[in-house]
Design a binder for this molecule. Structure first.
Ligand SMILES: Nc1ncnc2c1ncn2[C@@H]1O[C@H](COP(=O)(O)OP(=O)(O)OP(=O)(O)O)[C@@H](O)[C@H]1O
Length: 466
């Protein structure tokens, strides 16, 4: 019989028994040194993590064998993690991690036990854990779908007008005031709204869009403010969060704000002034913390004069106003835009200079969106990678000639010779590029998306001097 008065001996025996019990009844045991490198691991545990033999794990950092292992934290902090859940490729494990001390009390490693057998008794807890994991995954994916898609790098254009737009938009990203984006359809207002949000301190929070023109007036208020439980029958019985609530902490992008019905304009003004709102059918006042970016393609000042847009809301929105110019006013951007669109279409298409010249004569009422559609159609129409003028003309359909081109044709009652027209377009484009870059040919070539030698050759042909 053991001497019960021999306490150090009993302690040693208790430690040994404890280790053996844990080692035998657990799904796995692992020991690491002070660098969190594996010193020992049992065979069962090694197999769970895809190793043939436990010896293959020896000397490796613990995370390279067990992704998500926290043994390194235990070694570093010297503090145990008595009960924790750890995800594995199979089911999650209940684990316990303890530091190992030497006689002087220094941490020399850590030991981890996976208490797999305990899972049965922990099944209610486990079910809750798994449902929380699922909720987390679905919230993450919702958040992802509400993240802004574009950044400033995707707003293509180096014309002075485009650079000014980007400069203003970048500057607005640092402020929390409302932004008003004005411009024709397809000019990139939504793209800019995404980019502003992405560059703002709210970037990690939701970006939520609401197109005022696309939703029937009767549903707009519920969509905007949400509904209280019991306010409606059917699917909305339980109540629904509105865009204002979903965007909380982030950015709300209101597209086509010029089409917003007057009663909703008043309510929006209240949200902007008082930073609170009530869901439809509720008396509860909710706080709103959203940064507003609004866009419209209509003339808001004219709408104010007509009485279809509230003047006070207009003044409230008209703080940081960015006018996005139509494509026809920044034709220098055409080559770079075409290149970006071809890249996005993942073909290896290019434009014949005559085709490019034709693009420069169209008025582009649908702006960049129309350019994208025309180039996509041209790629589908052509068997060649080099798209010629005829293909591009077919893709454009009815050419809406630019006013200057119309005037030029009307002046002498004749259609300009094609080659002369092309040379004229190229000369003008190159002149502009050289003016912007103060005569720096390599830089102008880069902006035009041309090789340096090609630009020199063209300048020579067109009689232009750098
Ligand atoms: N400067 C640009 N560079 C690259 N792509 C652009 C640019 N401007 C617009 N686009 C692209 O053109 C398309 C239309 O842009 P966007 O939806 O942002 O325009 P919009 O002004 O919001 O139009 P709408 O008023 O019709 O909603 C998008 O595919 C966008 O990525």
């Amino acid at each position: 019989m053991q001497d019960l008065g021999n306490y150090p001996h009993i302690r040693q025996s208790a430690i040994r028994s404890l280790f053996e019990i844990f080692e035998q009844s657990s799904e796995g045991t692992i020991i690491v040194d002070r660098d969190a490198h594996i010193v020992w691991m049992n065979e069962r545990y090694a197999q769970r993590f895809g190793l043939q033999r436990a010896s293959e794990a020896i000397g490796r950092p613990c995370e390279s064998v067990i992704p998500g292992s926290l043994l390194r934290d235990v070694v570093k902090s010297g503090r145990p993690i008595l009960l924790d859940m750890m995800d594995t490729p199979r089911e999650p494990l209940v684990v316990m991690r303890l530091p190992i001390h030497d006689d002087a009390g220094q941490v020399i490693g850590a030991i981890g036990f996976a208490l797999f057998d305990e899972l049965q008794s922990l099944s209610p807890l486990l079910a809750r854990y798994q449902s929380m994991q699922q909720e987390l995954a679905s919230t993450r994916s919702q958040l992802k779908s509400r993240q802004a898609k574009y950044s400033f790098a995707q707003f293509i254009g180096t014309s002075p007008r485009s650079l000014e737009v980007k400069r203003l938009a970048r500057r607005s990203a640092t402020s929390d005031s409302a932004v008003l984006l004005l411009g024709e359809t397809g000019t990139g207002k939504e793209l800019l709204a995404h980019a502003i949000h992405n560059a703002s301190p709210r970037a990690s929070k939701p970006f939520v869009s609401l197109n005022t023109a696309a939703i029937p007036e009767t549903l707009l208020e519920a969509e905007f403010f949400g509904t209280a439980p019991g306010a409606f029958t059917g699917a909305d019985r339980k109540g629904r969060a509105g865009k204002l609530q979903i965007a909380h902490g982030g950015t709300l992008f209101l597209d086509e704000i010029g089409d917003m019905p007057l009663p909703l304009q008043s309510k929006l003004l209240r949200v902007l002034q008082e930073k609170e709102f009530e869901p439809v059918g509720s008396n509860e006042v909710l706080r709103s913390d959203v940064r507003l970016i609004a866009a419209t393609s209509i003339d808001l000042e004219a709408a104010v004069r007509k009485g279809t847009f509230r003047a006070d809301l207009y003044y409230r929105l008209n703080v940081l106003t960015i006018a996005v110019p139509p494509l026809r006013e920044r034709l220098e951007d055409l080559p770079a835009l075409c290149e970006a669109i071809f890249d996005a279409l993942q073909g290896r298409h290019e434009l014949h200079p005559e085709a490019m010249a034709l693009l420069g004569r169209h008025a582009w009422p649908g702006n960049v969106r129309e350019l994208h559609n025309v180039l996509e159609r041209a790629c589908l129409l052509s068997d060649e990678t080099l798209l010629d003028r005829a293909t591009v003309a077919a893709a454009i359909g009815t050419l809406q000639a630019l006013p200057e081109a119309q005037r030029a044709a009307a002046d002498d009652g004749q259609i300009e010779d094609f080659h002369q027209a092309r040379a004229g377009f190229e000369r003008e484009l190159i002149r502009k590029a050289l003016a912007i870059t103060a005569g720096d040919v390599p830089q102008a070539a880069q902006r035009l998306g041309l090789g340096r030698s090609t630009l020199y050759r063209k300048m020579l042909e067109l009689g232009l001097q750098s």
